[in-house]
Design a protein around this ligand. Structure first.
Ligand SMILES: Cc1cc2nc3c(=O)[nH]c(=O)nc-3n(C[C@H](O)[C@H](O)[C@H](O)COP(=O)(O)OP(=O)(O)OC[C@H]3O[C@@H](n4cnc5c(N)ncnc54)[C@H](O)[C@@H]3O)c2cc1C
Length: 333
């Protein structure tokens, strides 16, 4: 019985939300027709200097068994520590799949890990499906204008890095927590002959808001905003929601009114918030591709025929600046 391993994304002692998406993807692989009859099991690896609490939280949230990989040297992440220690552990397990996040951390260690495991590596996966010949993985290419479909052509383990915002986290029903097994693997640079990298420091980058991929609410501005100055209304509107991030259609980013990290769509971020409010966005296919997993879409547009209304749960026909002005006044009452 082969195992599907998920490598939890831990940063600054916290579990990153992409971890829950990795679990969704692992379940998708487990339940795919080709693998289902082999009854593979999922296990989650939590690499950290002190993984006990994090592991318990993940085991409780997912109901899946967790290996807390205690690496005393892992106060600060480096790819060498990760690759060396994960390789020691994973070689013994001999899994069919290893899933990591396509984040700065996952992109950094996953290819080296795949090499050490003699595994097939597919990065930036944004879709998993299967046909009569097994699993097929898709990944965006050519500046996100095409999706490339890939099928591993061997029985070697498959290492995947998965795009954040693509696999919706499963809702956890109450149930038994998974078991937690803490294993200690010290990093041994002398043995692996490495340690070329030493962590100096991590500097926090200040964004005006939180990242789009993690936001529960996104207020997105489009070309219905006529001047850069009017963006202040959008920012004020966003501040009415405690966990909101500001998104944008591409024209606003092309005009440098907002940075690229705000762009949503086929050449920007793929998002899956609980609430998406489109402010003066027409609803081009390129924009809609980025919000297909948004749970509830509200659109504010002065054109009743705007295509985005066909993809919205609530349609508000209004001038965006007037609407926000009225909304903010009502908030003050
Ligand atoms: C290869 C390629 C990749 C692309 N990638 C992306 C991408 O990743 N993301 C993306 O967003 N676009 C992308 N685009 C661009 C896309 O085709 C559209 O041009 C873009 O999404 C349009 O942005 P918009 O809806 O803000 O502007 P518009 O299409 O100009 O729409 C503005 C909307 O605002 C409404 N409006 C105007 N004034 C007001 C007002 N006062 N109050 C309320 N509503 C008002 C209008 O009725 C209209 O519906 C891409 C294009 C190409 C060719």
């Amino acid at each position: 019985m082969k195992q599907i391993l998920v490598i939890a994304e831990i940063f600054a002692g916290q579990i990153r939300p992409i971890t829950w998406e990795l679990v969704t993807a692992a379940r998708k692989i487990k339940n795919s027709p080709g693998l289902k009859q082999l009854s593979p099991t999922i296990q989650i690896i939590v690499p950290a200097d002190n993984p006990a609490l994090l592991s318990e939280k993940i085991a409780k949230q997912t109901g899946i068994d967790v290996i807390g990989l205690q690496i005393p040297e892992l106060k600060n992440y480096t790819s060498e520590i990760y690759i060396y220690c994960l390789e020691q552990l994973i070689k013994k397990i001999d899994p069919s799949h290893v899933l990591a996040a396509h984040t700065s951390q996952g992109q950094d260690f996953a290819p080296g890990l795949a090499l050490g495991l003699n595994a097939v590596a597919i990065s930036g996966v944004n879709g998993i499906r299967s046909d009569e010949n097994g699993l097929i993985y898709s990944r965006p290419v050519f500046n996100n204008t095409r999706n490339q479909m890939l099928r591993p052509a061997s029985n070697r383990p498959v290492t995947l890095t998965l795009m954040p915002g693509t696999f919706k986290p499963d809702e956890r029903k109450d149930g038994e927590p998974g078991r937690v097994d803490i294993r200690k693997i010290p990093f041994a640079p002398a043995v692996c002959g490495k340690e070329h990298i030493q962590h100096c420091r991590t500097v926090k980058k200040i964004f005006e808001d939180q990242t789009l991929e993690e936001a529960k609410v996104i207020i997105a501005a489009g070309r219905g905003i006529k001047e850069k100055e009017e963006l202040k209304s959008i920012l004020k509107f966003a501040q009415c929601f405690p966990t909101a991030a500001v998104g944008a259609s591409r024209p606003l980013v092309d005009m440098n009114w907002l940075g690229y990290q705000h762009q949503i769509g086929i050449t920007g971020a793929t998002v899956a918030p609980k609430l998406y409010i489109a402010c003066g966005i027409s609803g081009s296919s390129q924009h809609l591709a980025g919000i297909k997993d948004a749970e509830f879409v509200v659109s504010i547009n002065k054109n009743p025929q705007a295509p985005i209304f066909r993809h919205s749960d609530v349609c508000i026909i209004a001038d965006i600046i007037e609407f926000i002005g009225t909304f903010l006044k009502k908030q003050e009452i």
